[in-house]
Design a protein around this ligand. Structure first.
Ligand SMILES: Nc1nc2c(c(=O)[nH]1)N[C@H]1C(S)=C(S)[C@@H](COP(=O)(O)OP(=O)(O)OC[C@H]3O[C@@H](n4cnc5c(=O)[nH]c(N)nc54)[C@H](O)[C@@H]3O)O[C@H]1N2
Ligand SMILES: Nc1nc2c(c(=O)[nH]1)N[C@H]1C(S)=C(S)[C@@H](COP(=O)(O)OP(=O)(O)OC[C@H]3O[C@@H](n4cnc5c(=O)[nH]c(N)nc54)[C@H](O)[C@@H]3O)O[C@H]1N2
Ligand SMILES: [Mo]
Length: 746
């Protein structure tokens, strides 16, 4: 074959990880043979190992190739192949049956990231279900709901990210619970950190683990007890206020409520000054370290506090996020180059979402009439929100996050329904792009919920732990077998996710499946456009992309901004014309809206509240170790778990400190049981100084695989987590107590 027979297709990849990475797909005879990445103009959007290994995902032997119908017990994964005809007919019939008998609220729609595209994601399903009479949903973004709560309270809107190139304007960067060398937060975050390091910019990491990012970029590692971050930030605030290091002019000009915060911090309110010594006892961080970081943050300016989202996925996570934003405010480190608003740090240039046009219109969910729309812990009705901002929220799918159960409550709601205080009895689960039960807290409870359902539809590419429970599995194709567009986590680039090969087996795209389902359900006005026409409409809404064809051919469109985008810069530069979207129009250190909630667990100024299942919980006597469950370099959550090349990157292992290991007679590499009252996993121990004593890390996303005794041999982190949310709605992946013991095979 001549080289001319080989085509190279440019495809931007965004695999529920925050990246927008250029892949050059080499295609010979309709087969993907090789993947290269960006070697073009700077900044290059280079792919990580997952993107480069995609060939093994596309052609994986465990791809689901045909529609399947369950014949065994739920969870056993015994299926027979059925035709698309039968599959679609069954699904349409069941949706109709459940709606007619129980009402549309009995149908629960659960969806998540999948590929962070615009067309082939939850949207076509949601449109279908709404047109068919509606469905129930959950609220609470997995990743950073506590952060959203804090942003809405403090700044009024959840648009707090600056582009990462602005890090090079900082004099101090604090990575607070943030490891972008591993957990991708925009393709190039780690690259800008590397440049910052080379430029001599001081970088500090505050994290229970000595992360790869800390090792590569940081000058200082400050280990901290998980879930106590608010205490350290508040004590930094104490030092700043006690030493009069705050920027009073900034505070007076742009914010309200500083005095209320000051009263709490200095102990005027409760007789307890929140000194570094107070925080040392809680956080395990030496008082002198807290004090010097506080001084530094207030004086080595501009300083970027990159407030990671993992510390927010804890029992009172919103207090940490609120405290971080308040520190940025009192030190005047926001709205300026080199600073940072210290909001939810994952999606950096969220404002860039605004520049996309709309995809499919979402009709009103008829079930919404019985549920409050836009359910957040923070009421949205007092927020002034522009059309542009609504567009962003819709693009991200935030408007779909309503419903009266928090996503942590899905299993409980299915099990208990109306008797448990939920608005409906849930009978049918319509599951798209999400790995329920694996990624949901307390998997063993989720399994009980799955067993209690009347009908369960799963749209999947692989026989995942959730698909094993399905009544019908519909095979979905991958991003390389269909066209879509993306902005990833809101980075500085638009991506065209080009189709490179025909669909493997009988798999189909989300849009194709939904269009066929709509026809069977008698919905005639479902879609009047082809995939290509939809994408042209979406891209046509962007003022940045002049030519659809060249965008499609190049696969990526890198925005050329005249300077780094900085959240709230216009508010700070020109406050007369740009007020904050809060009720007062200012940054709210004290929030009257929170005060009005009258919830002692949601104080109107940020406070430290001790976590349940923290070190002082009585349960710590039985389960003395704190569990954190980090995101992993080999996977995007559960995705890529079965890809051999990625497995070679390292073994699934629980990180524990040598002191904790020694006390339990555990050596590096031993098989151990990690357990609590919710469940038990079997996993190798990685004994290392890179995690602080008292903390165990089980990387999240491996596949739940219970043996006959209920021991999870897949080492799934959620076998151990508690299905509780913070008062602000956070998905608490980093608040759980466990014990670890050597595994003694009998
Ligand atoms: N490779 C890869 N990248 C990903 C993903 C993936 O699955 N794989 N997932 C993507 C998605 S959807 C998301 S939401 C983001 C998640 O991004 P993050 O939430 O930032 O990722 P994590 O790895 O959970 O946590 C980051 C760091 O926080 C630390 N940490 C945990 N608990 C605490 C705490 O209580 N206090 C402090 N100070 N630190 C703590 C951990 O040790 C870890 O080093 O990542 C995205 N990027
Ligand atoms: N313990 C613990 N639990 C966590 C977390 C944690 O840190 N610790 N993190 C939480 C967070 S932040 C998140 S975002 C969630 C993630 O949770 P999920 O989004 O539920 O996790 P994924 O593994 O990405 O699941 C996506 C599933 O959709 C399937 N799929 C179906 N169609 C498609 C498609 O078209 N494209 C793609 N790519 N996949 C498709 C994939 O095969 C996969 O099984 O997990 C949450 N759970
Ligand atoms: Mo996430």
């Amino acid at each position: 074959m001549s080289e001319a027979d080989e085509k190279v297709i440019c495809h931007t990849h965004s695999s529920h990880c925050g990246g927008t990475c250029l892949l050059k797909l080499h295609i010979k005879d309709g087969i993907l043979t090789r993947i290269e990445t960006d070697d073009g103009v700077e900044p290059q959007y280079r792919a990580c190992a997952r993107g480069r290994a995609y060939r093994q995902r596309l052609y994986a032997p465990d791809r689901i190739l045909h529609p399947l119908k369950r014949v065994g017990e739920k969870g056993e994964a015994e299926f027979v192949r059925i035709s698309w005809d039968e599959a679609l007919e069954t699904v349409a019939k069941e949706l109709k049956r459940v709606k007619e008998i129980y009402g549309p609220a009995a149908i629960v729609f659960r969806w998540s990231g999948g590929d962070v595209g615009t067309l082939h994601r939850a949207l076509p399903h949601y449109r279908l279900l709404c047109l068919a009479g509606g469905c129930s949903e959950t609220w609470g973004i997995f990743s950073f709901e506590a952060g959203v709560f804090a942003e809405l309270a403090t700044y009024g809107l959840p648009f707090t990210g600056s582009t990462r190139d602005d890090l090079l304007n900082s004099r101090l960067i604090i990575l607070w619970g943030c490891d972008p060398a591993v957990t991708v937060h925009d393709t190039n975050t780690a690259w800008y950190l590397a440049q910052a390091r080379e430029a001599g910019i001081r970088i500090v990491s505050v994290d229970p683990r000595y992360t790869p990012s800390a090792a590569a970029f940081a000058d200082q590692w400050i280990p901290i007890v998980p879930g106590t971050d608010a205490a350290m930030l508040i004590a930094m605030g104490y030092v700043i206020i006690a030493e009069n290091l705050q920027d009073q002019t900034f505070i007076d000009t742009y914010s309200i409520g500083f005095d209320r915060f000051k009263d709490y911090v200095l102990g005027v309110e409760d007789g307890l000054p929140k000194t570094p010594a107070w925080a040392e006892a809680i956080t395990g961080v030496p008082a002198a370290t807290i004090a010097s970081l506080g001084r530094e943050y207030a004086s080595r300016k501009p300083a970027a506090l990159i407030a990671g989202i993992a510390p927010g996925r804890t029992a009172y996570g919103e207090q940490y996020h609120r405290a971080a934003m308040v520190l940025a405010t009192i030190t005047a480190n926001l709205g300026i180059h080199g600073g940072n608003a210290a909001g939810t740090s994952w999606a950096p240039g969220q404002a860039l979402y605004l520049k996309y046009g709309m995809g499919m219109a979402i009709p009103l969910n008829p079930v919404e009439s019985v549920l409050p729309p836009h359910k957040y812990a923070m009421p949205l009705d007092t927020i002034r929100i522009s059309e542009e901002e609504i567009l962003w929220a819709i693009t991200l799918g935030m408007n779909m996050q309503y419903g009266q159960m928090n996503s942590t409550q899905l299993s409980d709601a299915i099990i208990r329904g109306k008797a448990g205080g939920y608005p409906a009895d849930y009978k049918l689960l319509y599951q798209v792009d999400t790995s329920y039960p694996n990624q949901y807290l307390n998997v063993n409870k989720a399994v009980r919920a799955l067993k209690s359902l009347e009908f369960h539809i799963v749209f999947e590419q692989f026989m995942t732990p959730g698909a094993r429970f399905a009544d019908v599995v519909l095979p979905v194709n991958t991003c390389m077998e269909r066209n879509d567009v993306t902005t990833g986590g809101g980075t500085g680039a638009y991506g065209y996710m080009s189709k490179a090969v025909e669909s493997v087996g009988e798999s189909k795209s989300h849009l194709e499946i939904c269009t066929e389902l709509a026809a069977r359900m008698g919905i005639s006005d479902y879609s009047d456009k082809t995939e290509d026409q939809w994408l042209r409409q979406i891209v046509g809404g962007s003022p940045d992309i002049a030519d659809y064809e060249s965008f499609k051919r190049d696969g990526i469109h890198k925005l050329r901004l005249s300077e780094p985008y900085v959240a709230y810069k216009k508010h700070i530069d020109d406050p007369q014309n740009h007020s904050f979207s809060t009720p007062s129009g200012k940054i709210e250190i004290f929030s009257q809206r929170i005060a009005d909630m009258n919830n002692p667990d949601l104080p109107p100024v940020p406070k430290y509240i001790e976590a349940w299942e923290g070190r002082h919980d009585p349960l710590a006597k039985k389960y003395p170790l704190q569990l954190i469950t980090t995101h992993n370099i080999k996977r995007a959550h559960t995705q890529y778990h079965t890809v051999p090349w990625l497995r070679e990157l390292g073994k699934h292992a629980a990180l524990m400190n040598p002191a904790d290991a020694k006390a339990r007679g555990i050596e590096d590499g031993d098989m151990v049981r990690v357990f609590n009252d919710r469940g038990q996993i079997l996993i190798a121990a990685k004994v290392t100084e890179r995690i602080m004593p008292g903390v165990v890390d089980v990387p999240q996303g491996t596949w739940f695989d219970p043996d006959e005794n209920g021991v999870d041999r897949g080492g799934c982190a959620n076998t151990l987590t508690r299905d509780a949310h913070s008062p602000g709605g956070a998905f608490c992946t980093n608040t759980a107590l466990v014990e670890v013991a050597r595994f003694e095979p009998v």
